[in-house]
Design a protein around this ligand. Structure first.
Ligand SMILES: Nc1ncnc2c1ncn2[C@@H]1O[C@H](COP(=O)(O)OP(=O)(O)OP(=O)(O)O)[C@@H](O)[C@H]1O
Ligand SMILES: [Mg+2]
Length: 304
């Protein structure tokens, strides 16, 4: 079955050539860390890259990119039939917008389905992304409203599923697969993060948990293993300092593994793509009418 065929009928984001989702069935497996590093690695390969932090429950990408707590994006006021647009932050050559900027941190809110869907769509439709070769989307853990609304409303080119070797049951990967199958999002492959341990003083691979178990199980589901990223203290330390490991520790095993993963992802996207990748001319945002969005939420673009 060609899953991409029905995805083609979905809405493309003007100017954005490809959209990649980073997902996992479980929390804390390193989705955000990998999304930041994959995006940065792709930017290092000369692509123009955007990054969406779609995690309502714990947006962490701004911290990982060193954005001051409390920062708010600027905006371009709307006029005529042109709606206002948020201006993404730019760090390490990538443009980034986070769900965290759309909510008031002082006002923790109870998210309801339509609000989540509407806020998530704002991240795609109400941001001045400009011309992007690829937009990487960090999803919240699990399989919830955000996943479905993005899958149903946006033309997604592919998703990667992140797992860890200690995740004995493959039930989470299976759930993620069945969700993406439902919305016809092609799964590019499985990434095993924290696959083995790399210590500071030796080059030896320490397999604390049995590596590759997740990958073997996923293969049985028809999902290919496309990367094994080691557990390496530098990745965590640098993330806390707001520096992607592929920049701050470019020679580390993790950075090299992420760089190879980014190549694999590009190769997969190119294979799946029905159009020539990164070649097609893009559409001018300002010439487009406002998009149809679902029910309006109480979230507004912050004017400065
Ligand atoms: N390969 C790695 N080596 C060392 N530390 C890592 C690695 N990957 C992730 N971490 C650390 O693991 C923790 C969880 O990572 P991260 O926040 O990226 O996970 P997540 O899947 O996005 O979590 P959540 O489900 O809460 O969004 C972070 O402290 C991060 O720095
Ligand atoms: Mg996260």
């Amino acid at each position: 079955m060609n899953a991409n065929a029905s995805q083609l009928s979905l809405r493309k984001i003007p100017g954005v050539k490809q959209i990649l989702l980073v997902a996992s069935g479980k929390g804390g497996v390193g989705k955000s860390t990998l999304a930041v590093n994959i995006a940065t690695a792709l930017s290092g390969k000369g692509l123009s890259v955007g990054l969406v932090d779609a995690d309502v429950y714990g947006p962490s990408i701004p911290t990982m990119l060193g954005i001051e707590p409390g920062s708010r994006p600027g905006s371009i006021p709307g006029h005529g039939n042109q709606k206002p647009l948020l201006i993404p932050f730019e760090r390490y050559g990538i443009k980034m917008m986070s769900m965290g900027f759309l909510v008031d941190p002082e006002q923790p809110m109870v998210w309801r389905g339509p609000m989540i869907a509407s806020a998530a769509m704002q991240l795609f439709n109400d941001v001045k992304w400009g011309e992007l070769d690829i937009l990487v989307v960090d999803l919240p853990p699990g399989t919830g409203d955000i996943h479905l609304s993005i899958g149903q409303q946006v033309h997604v080119d592919g998703a990667v599923i992140v797992t860890t070797p200690q995740e004995v049951a493959l039930a989470d990967v299976r759930r993620a697969k069945s969700m993406f199958d439902k919305v016809n999002t092609p799964i590019l492959g499985l990434i095993e993060n924290m696959s083995y341990f790399v210590c500071d003083s030796c080059e030896k691979k320490h397999e604390i948990f049995r590596s590759g178990g997740g990958a073997r199980g996923a293969q049985e589901m028809g999902i290919e293993a496309i990367g094994e990223i080691p557990l390496e203290p530098a990745v965590n330390v640098l993330a806390d300092q707001g520096i992607p490991a592929v920049v701050g520790a470019a020679e580390s095993q993790s950075a090299k593994a992420i760089d190879a993963l980014a190549d694999n992802i590009l190769a997969k996207l190119n294979t799946l793509s029905q159009e020539p990748t990164f070649v097609a001319p893009s559409i001018n945002i300002s010439g487009k009418p406002p998009s149809k969005t679902s029910k309006k939420s109480s979230l507004n673009i912050v004017s400065q």
